[in-house]
Design a binder for this molecule. Structure first.
Ligand SMILES: Nc1ncnc2c1ncn2[C@@H]1O[C@H](COP(=O)(O)OP(=O)(O)OP(=O)(O)O)[C@@H](O)[C@H]1O
Ligand SMILES: [Mg+2]
Length: 350
């Protein structure tokens, strides 16, 4: 395969799906070049940890071959509260260079991991309310977690150049596709199989992030338990709405009650956001991730939270050539949202 030097692919390795997105940048904007999604067997990746790297490498190789990507450079992401910590802190004013030199020292009091075990990154957000202070976003990601992912990606024949975080990838995806509304708070909520990544933007800038260990698996498990069926059948029932021998009403009742549990977790994060921000309003929820596709989920969330919730459109401002199956794309686009954000990264981006 001949790889072009330019461009980067966004690679989102979740516990249920691996997603790959390749975009082409031109003067008129972005164009979708490649999109691939493959389903992983359970127990390969659990809670953001790789349990079976050789099978994961095989799955990734298969996806890359099928998707026929023409670029080797990859932005990947790590996530989950046990491996990534994002903190917004106030520090004494200093230059970016000075902070670069002292970040380890500054960060260690805010990061609950051994500072030697993490890769640190930061972004100066601007002056703080207090005089002579500035607001800084600190991101700490466990080195061993990054290494696990980087190794798998390399073994699949790709070249990892940037490591991002799901919550920030969502933000990049949002910036490309949506008009920023000054003074409004928008909650980006990505509900995968095993986790929720949340990023609340105020006037387009991130003011709150949180990962929780809850996701669509909760619904699958509830269906398995209620009807004594296999994981595979529960997934089928969840996604297609029917399974031989189970009435639609019975299935719907379980879907709703398990969805309520996920909504309760989202509400807890919203409460936490309100507590830490003088009771700011949330104006809108943009939903992504496969579990957001659960029948009736968006409207139930709207009803329970009193906030307008809608499914993300990650390709809204991306030109999609006619060679893509638009109907299929519509079905899977919330699953690809993080990978789209990752594909927008450039090497050296902060
Ligand atoms: N049409 C659908 N209806 C309901 N649920 C769906 C549908 N399609 C996918 N899902 C669910 O979405 C989840 C997978 O979503 P996604 O691909 O975003 O997760 P992931 O990134 O692989 O996982 P994570 O990041 O949580 O480890 C699974 O629980 C799956 O059952
Ligand atoms: Mg995910």
């Amino acid at each position: 395969m001949i790889f072009r030097k330019k461009g980067i692919i966004g690679l989102d390795i979740g516990s249920k799906h691996i997603k790959v997105v390749q975009l082409k940048e031109s003067k008129s904007g972005y164009q979708l070049e490649r999109l691939g999604i493959t389903t992983l067997e359970p127990e390969l990746v659990v809670d953001g940890s790789i349990l079976d790297s050789s099978r994961l490498v095989e799955a990734l190789k298969g996806l890359i071959a099928n998707t026929a990507v023409t670029v080797q450079d990859v932005t990947l992401s790590v996530s989950g509260h046990s491996s990534v910590i994002i903190k917004r802190v106030s520090l004494t004013q200093m230059t970016e260079e000075e902070l670069g030199e002292s970040i380890k020292f500054e960060a260690q009091q805010y990061i609950p991991f051994d500072i030697e075990d993490v890769n640190l990154d930061f972004q100066i957000l601007g002056p703080a309310e207090k005089e002579d202070m500035m607001d800084v976003l600190i991101v700490a990601a466990k080195k061993d977690k990054i290494n696990e992912y980087v190794t798998v990606v390399k073994e699949a024949g790709l070249n990892p150049v940037t490591v991002d975080v799901d919550a920030f990838a969502l933000e990049n995806m949002y910036e490309l596709n949506y008009e920023i509304k000054e003074g409004e708070n928008v909650a980006l909520v990505n509900i995968g199989a095993g986790m929720i990544n949340m990023n609340i933007l105020k006037g387009g800038a991130s003011v709150f992030t949180r990962d929780s260990a809850v996701g669509g698996n909760l619904i699958t498990e509830a269906l398995q338990k209620e009807f004594t069926i296999s994981y595979a059948n529960a997934e089928k029932l969840k996604q297609e709405g029917t399974l031989e021998g189970i009435s639609q009403e019975d299935a719907a009742a379980v879907l709703i009650s398990a969805s309520e549990d996920i909504i309760a977790e989202i509400s807890r994060s919203f409460d936490y956001f309100r507590d830490t921000t003088n009771y700011e309003n949330i104006n809108e929820i943009i939903l992504s991730g496969g579990a957001a596709l659960t029948k009736g989920f968006a409207s139930l969330l709207s009803e329970r939270s009193g906030i307008d919730a809608r499914l993300v459109e990650p390709f809204k401002n991306i030109n999609v050539p006619d060679t893509f199956d638009k109907e299929y794309l519509k079905k899977v686009e919330p699953i690809a949202a993080v990978a789209v954000g990752l594909a927008l990264r450039r090497a050296g981006d902060k």
